[in-house]
Design a protein around this ligand. Sequence first.
Ligand code: NAD
Ligand code: MG
Length: 297
Amino acid sequence: MADRLILQDPRKQYPKPPFPKQPQSAPGLVARMDPAPDHGETSYKGSGRLAGRKALITGGDSGIGRAAAIAYAREGADVAISYLPAEEKDAVEVIALIEAEGRKAAALPGDVSEEAWSRELVAKAVTALGGLDILVINAGRQQYRDSIAEVSSEDFDKTLKTNLYALHWIAQAAVPHLPPGASVITTASIQAYEPSAILLDYATTKAGIVAYTKALAKQLIDKGIRVNAVAPGPFWTVLQPSGGQPDEKVEQFGEHSAFGRPGQPVEIAPVYVLLASQEGSYITGEVYGVTGGAGIA
Ligand code: NAD
Ligand code: MG
């Protein structure tokens, strides 16, 4: 693969559909994805923009969270990642990559849809890192249902608990620890603006994340803390083949983007770096779209 920083046509930079059918059960493992996503393992180059910072990233084992974790470590931050126990294999790889940069890493397995764990994981991250100044709330549940009739109360409950309640619990537990200059980053979605018919509960949470993030930004700037959301379009992550989309959609994933391909997680990592770093000092209450050309207006 060419150096990702070399001038090149971005439409041709990464794989495009069709992709093989590759169903797996949620939460899914990166090793079973074909083609393998680029989370920056060998391609992300840091330049000290987060030197000495302390970051907690939920869902940091895979996908967008993994790309942020690798980038943060390469930029000089210590990084704690939270993930589900079933994702230990993915988490171990990320921990090794963080430690390879000479940074402190902390592994925090547990279920954020449980309030007690959401609060505990913040406390554990603060202890492990000796403080906290970057909080990336990124864990998410996406399970498509063809019809409203199939969206059970269990589905609705689990999606809201994972994507919205956990956001509140984790942010609430973290705020007392965050110093002026700290940054909170949430992961919304293009789904907040252009919801898919088959993602009723998920799209609802993503719109909620946008509103929550903007409200929290207004509140926390009084403490010198910035709060922003990132709104991804189609990214090649394990979320999609593990029930996020029907198999046929995974085969064509990203075809409707202006690039004719999905984004790779490493292609969104620079936005998480900018929002976390002091270079983003005047950015708060914003929603950063990285949608593949669709826009979020
Ligand atoms: P991913 O599956 O790699 O990451 C999601 C992570 O959420 C998992 O790794 C898992 O650790 C965590 N998670 C889920 N349920 C959990 C629970 N109950 N307790 C603890 N952790 C839990 O997929 P991703 O695409 O990188 O997803 C990251 C975020 O990006 C999600 O919020 C997702 O909604 C959002 N997003 C993704 C896309 C896309 O196309 N991939 C598009 C828009 C938004
Ligand atoms: Mg995962």
